[in-house]
Design a protein around this ligand. Structure first.
Ligand code: SAM
Ligand code: SF4
Length: 457
């Protein structure tokens, strides 16, 4: 903090995906020059930001109930003569900005995901204004051109970091709000991504996860003036000294180009783990969802990925109960899961999002049917995750250590397949990769022993 500047407390509450975690860190960066520093609790904060997610059910209700709690904090501080600026950011703000101001008039700022580079100006306006400030544009300027370089490591210790390279989506899946809340697909220029990556590595990151709603649709302007795809970007990132691991999420099957598949064969830094949502195994439902591929095309993609990188671990998202989903459609999804074999997955009951095509579609599936299907699907996925973890027991895997474990003397890290791994070992290994023999598996993690204490860079 520069001397002489008043220090103000900032408390950010984040819901939703990794992209929101990243956005919260960048909002913190943007506000730092104004004297804002992170504080642990809202009552110590001169500004509270709720960074919201609209992807599934009851998002807005969660926001309103949190706002109710924050209003009490704001009132209590006001009684002591202290002002609190209350901001709602993210996709709920984008989708329901007017409703927020109507139901919670004590909110000072409502800002969409594309305008957080304008936060300092909004804060200044809120400090002066009697009414609320709302900015949910999709501005012509790119917010990344107006943001300071990333400062704060986004994970404890900063050994692993997120970096947004692409935003928005124009695929318009029948069920999804993202094209409406995050706007059209756009990619950051290569130079800007590389600059941020180098900075993260200088401040200690050894692993970077590239983020985007459709990250493998990346098509940023390269330094040569040409359009670069994700494979070429990953190759340049892999050349940054000290950057050991690269991941990317979330990918769309339609954008999985041959060059990227080859990257999994040729680039050791590209980790053998891929989150590749399929949503359904039924061609009828995939068409109704507007996903743009068939179940057979997904199976073929998996074969090509495994051909390039035989140990690649796959993860996916599934939606059960999309309008029109019959028992046979659901069984096709179960069969696809059995055929592919997933290391992990996320699964959801379809929830109608206002304004999306599926929300108004006929043949909505009853809640109890959705419940039963979700249970069956999750049971199958659990068995597969367990089998995958069991398959690592007895193997030696390189683990990147990210911090201390919960028990004294314990370290915690990640396998190449994104599994949390715990071992007993010295703190000097934090930030290093070391070989670990996996001994035991638990529901969501593994434990093992170091077989090589000397870390390699
Ligand atoms: N872009 C990614 C893709 O195409 O797979 C997904 C991004 S979305 C933010 C994350 C996941 O939320 C989706 O893959 C989907 O499974 C789930 N999701 C999105 N809308 C949903 C809805 N209306 N009901 C249930 N799940 C939904
Ligand atoms: Fe949403 Fe992903 Fe479909 Fe885009 S591709 S509309 S982000 S589910």
């Amino acid at each position: 903090m520069e001397s002489g500047r008043e220090v103000k407390g900032l408390h950010v509450i984040t819901w939703g995906c990794q992209m929101n975690v990243y956005d919260s860190a960048r909002m913190t960066d943007v506000l730092r020059p104004l004297g804002y520093q992170s504080v642990e609790t809202p009552d110590a904060a001169d500004m509270v930001i709720l960074n919201t997610c609209h992807i599934r059910d009851r998002a807005a209700e969660k926001v309103f109930s949190e706002l109710g709690r924050l209003r009490l904090v704001k009132d209590a501080r006001a009684a002591e003569g202290r002002r609190t600026i209350l901001a709602v950011a993210g996709c709920v703000a984008q989708a329901e900005g007017a409703e927020i101001l109507a139901r919670a008039p004590y909110v000072d700022i409502v800002l969409g995901p594309q305008t957080y580079h304008r936060l300092p100006e909004m804060v200044a306006r809120a400090a002066r204004a009697a009414g609320a400030v709302i900015d949910t544009d999709f501005p012509a300027e790119q917010k990344f051109d107006f943001l300071p370089d990333a400062q704060a490591p986004q994970t404890p210790g900063g050994i692993t970091a997120f970096l947004t390279i692409q935003e928005g989506c124009d695929k318009f899946c029948s069920f999804c709000v993202v094209p409406y809340t995050r706007g059209a697909e756009s990619s950051r220029p290569v130079d800007s991504v590389l600059r941020e990556a180098r900075r993260l590595v200088e401040s200690g990151a050894r692993e970077i996860t590239l983020l985007g709603q459709n990250v493998n649709a990346y098509h940023g302007e390269g330094p040569d003036g040409r359009v670069w795809g994700l494979a070429r970007l990953a190759e340049s990132l892999a050349a940054i000294p000290g950057l050991a691991r690269i991941r990317y999420t979330t990918s769309h099957p339609r954008d999985m180009e041959d060059a990227l598949i080859a990257g999994h064969r040729d680039l050791p830094a590209l980790m053998p783990f891929l989150h590749l949502p399929v949503q359904s195994g039924s061609d009828r439902i995939l068409a109704a969802m507007n996903r743009g591929h068939t179940a057979a095309e997904y199976r073929d993609l998996v074969l090509r990925l495994r051909d390039a990188r035989p140990d690649i671990a796959l993860s996916s998202d599934f939606i059960v109960g999309h309008p029109g989903e019959s028992d046979a459609d659901f069984e096709a999804t179960m069969q696809l899961i059995r055929d592919v074999g997933f290391a992990q997955a996320f699964s959801f009951k379809y929830s109608p999002r206002p304004g999306t095509p599926a929300a108004g579609a006929p043949m909505q599936v009853p809640e109890d049917v959705k419940d039963a299907r979700l249970q069956a699907l999750q049971a199958l996925l659990r068995t597969q995750q367990d089998a995958f973890n069991a398959g690592t027991v007895g193997r030696v895997v390189p683990v990147l250590f990210t911090g201390r474990g919960r028990k004294p003397g314990q370290l915690s890290g990640r396998s190449p397949y994104l599994q949390p791994v715990h071992v007993d070992g010295p703190d000097t290994l934090i930030g290093q990769i070391a070989q670990v023999e996996i001994r035991e598996r638990y529901t969501n993690s593994l434990s093992g022993t170091l077989i090589q204490e000397r870390a390699f860079a």
